[in-house]
Design a protein around this ligand. Structure first.
Ligand code: DND
Ligand code: ATP
Ligand code: MG
Length: 249
């Protein structure tokens, strides 16, 4: 999708958020705030849609969360009138370390952290009669760069149709603080993690490859497109319901 009118795009997303909350019979939204651009834009749009006082932001730091990210969450929340809380998840991670056979690798503990955060957000949604807002964008959704049943799980996904480049455009439009916009995207699951180094391509390369692939009916025309297409194929299971026989009953 190409954004033709930035203001209209924001309004369209805000309407979807308002409608989802209204039709759920709930009044509030719970969102995980990492200090990164995706959650900041999603929170800003939620605040514009239903009022900051109805948006409950949770910064859920682990031992590897940089202090600047907490500062950025505070700045964002104050700017958009979002109520926020900082709830460390270390005690929960430590409890999991008691599991027999626990192996503390960045990959295993990283995915565990993402699922602990999801569980905490659903706990707060139950408690405050709210919906959980997801922050996934089309770029990470298509290449499966997320933890299954972790950060990919939510009740509403206002950014799912936006490529990462569009996330930047709307973030500038809505007034997401500059320190957040300038930061290198990171899943923050282990020290020094960077999305672009882990994936092996810049977001610009991934967006371009995905757009070309969609336009060409998923026929790769370069080595980059070949590799991105492989990521899309290998993560199909993340975008579909689990294999089942329901339709054959
Ligand atoms: N064909 C198949 N059909 C059905 N299910 C299949 C499957 N293949 C794997 N699975 C299941 O999926 C699991 C693997 O998926 P998953 O657990 O997600 O793990 P995986 O995709 O291997 O790792 C997640 C990646 O996303 C990154 N991440 C995570 C969270 C946030 C962000 C961020 O940008 O902020 C990035 C993280 O750094 C890591 O590189 C397997 O253990 C298995 O349970
Ligand atoms: N420390 C954290 N506290 C609360 N939620 C978190 C935390 N870390 C990650 N999350 C949740 O997981 C989501 C996925 O992380 P991801 O890194 O893809 O997005 P982001 O941090 O918002 O943006 P960026 O791409 O700039 O890093 C976040 O948007 C947020 O909702
Ligand atoms: Mg991040």
């Amino acid at each position: 999708m190409t954004i033709k009118c930035i203001g209209c795009e924001c309004e369209k997303i805000e309407q979807m958020i308002r409608h989802s909350v209204w039709s759920s019979g709930r009044q509030k939204i719970v969102i995980g705030l990492s200090g990164g651009i995706d959650s900041s834009l999603a929170a800003a749009l939620c605040s514009r849609a239903i009022g900051g006082e109805n948006v409950l932001g949770f910064m859920l730091p682990s031992g590897v969360t940089p202090e600047e990210d907490i500062q950025d969450v505070m700045e964002l929340s104050e700017k958009f009138g979002i109520s926020y809380e900082v709830v460390p998840i270390n005690p929960v991670i430590d409890a999991f370390k008691q599991l027999p056979g626990y192996e503390d690798s960045p990959y295993l503990t990283g995915n565990l952290m993402a699922r602990i955060r999801m569980t905490a957000l659903y706990y707060y949604a139950n408690k405050f009669s709210a919906l959980v807002c997801g922050t996934s964008n089309k770029t990470e959704y298509m290449i499966g760069y997320s933890t299954k049943y972790g950060d990919d799980s939510a009740d509403i996904q206002p950014l799912l149709h936006l490529y990462k480049k569009d996330v930047y455009i709307l973030s500038k439009e809505t007034g997401v603080p500059e320190s957040i916009i300038k930061k290198a995207p990171s899943a923050g699951l282990y020290p020094g993690q960077s999305d672009e180094s882990e994936i092996g391509f810049s977001y610009e390369e991934i967006d371009n490859a995905l757009i070309n692939l969609e336009n060409s009916g998923w026929t790769p025309k370069s080595e980059t497109e070949e590799k991105i297409f492989e990521k899309v194929r290998n993560t199909t299971h993340k975008r579909n319901a689990p294999p089942n026989l329901l339709k054959q009953e």
